[in-house]
Design a protein around this ligand. Structure first.
Ligand SMILES: N[C@@H](CCC[C@H](N)C(=O)O)C(=O)O
Length: 298
């Protein structure tokens, strides 16, 4: 955004401990470089977060202008390393919480433009300001043929993985024990790499009970996080198919509870394939970013 940067207001929020720096930029004036995003997300030299949510009017952003008549706001999501991602499920709830907090979403439901298309967030009817938020996550896409499955490897262990696309790419591996994924400092190997030309978020999943699973995740561009909303939805759909449940075939919706290291998400797939996710979203701080965080690295 340039070396002559002024002080920039920000907020910090999280959804099941997947945390974000929120930057209100209604007129789309802050073109954040990858290096600037990475500096903001640095947990020692910056604010610290798994990603950045820039809040831009859809009409002011070239990637969202087509949705401007249906969603006033565009969620410009960036991973902690500065890379751009198509979608962020926990980020979507936190984005909606910010809109509410800032008085920009007064109705029970708000539409949000994302790179994966139009999404909706519905506030809790009894506690719109701090209760759980339900978001629509679109339909899961399960690629067929060679891209349908992959192998995930960590150290000496390998697992078959299911390819689920929630607007962004996921490799879902059912494992016997979440500890088998190790410390996850490095990205798990996913092969064949050609199945994921743009990289993958990798979920490790164990069963907890009837329609109840738990996961750990290594996110593309952010490393291991305490939660991933799109990942939890990918896991829900992969678990349902594994369990022989498909709402389009069965004629009834299916719901799973997905535990993540940072909390719990409730996820449903409707007969038309639309996935919805319910979970918390919290604003924890507001402040001003120092100009030193922007421009050439210091
Ligand atoms: N934490 C997010 C997913 C963020 C994007 C992901 N790292 C990617 O690169 O696709 C979520 O809650 O969905």
């Amino acid at each position: 955004m340039g070396t002559a940067a002024q002080s920039v207001p920000f907020l910090k929020g999280h959804g099941t401990e997947n945390d974000f720096v929120i930057i209100p930029d209604p007129d789309g004036r802050l073109a954040l470089s990858a290096a600037e995003v990475a500096r903001l997300c640095d947990r020692r030299a910056g604010v610290g977060a798994d990603g950045v949510l820039r809040v831009v009017r859809s009409a002011a952003h070239p990637e969202a202008v087509e949705l401007a008549d249906r969603a006033e706001w565009f969620m410009d999501y960036r991973n902690a390393d500065g890379s751009v991602a198509e979608m962020c499920g926990n980020g979507l709830r936190v984005f909606a919480r910010y809109l509410r907090h800032a008085g920009l979403a007064k109705e029970p439901e708000v539409a949000v433009a994302t790179r994966a298309g139009l999404r909706r967030a519905r506030f809790d009817e009894r506690n719109a300001d701090s209760g759980p938020i339900t978001v629509t996550m679109g339909r899961a896409r399960l690629p067929e043929g060679a891209a349908a499955s992959a192998t995930v490897t960590v150290g000496e262990r390998s697992w078959p993985a299911h390819h689920v696309d929630m607007g962004n790419p996921h490799a879902v591996a059912f494992v016997d024990d979440l500890a088998h994924a190790g410390r996850l400092f490095d990205a798990p190997e996913v092969s064949p790499a050609a199945a994921y030309p743009h990289g993958a978020n990798v979920e490790f999943v164990v069963d907890r009970g009837e329609r109840h699973v738990a996961l750990r995740v290594h996110e593309r561009g952010s490393g291991e996080t305490r939660s991933c909303g799109t990942g939890a939805c990918a896991v829900m759909v992969a678990a349902a198919r594994r369990d022989g449940r498909d709402p389009a075939v069965d004629g009834r919706p299916v719901g799973y509870t997905v535990d993540v290291p940072g909390g719990r998400l409730e996820i449903t797939e409707a007969v038309d394939g639309t996935v919805t996710m319910t979970g918390p979203a919290v604003i924890v701080a507001e402040g001003t970013l120092a100009p030193a965080l922007f421009g050439a690295a210091g």
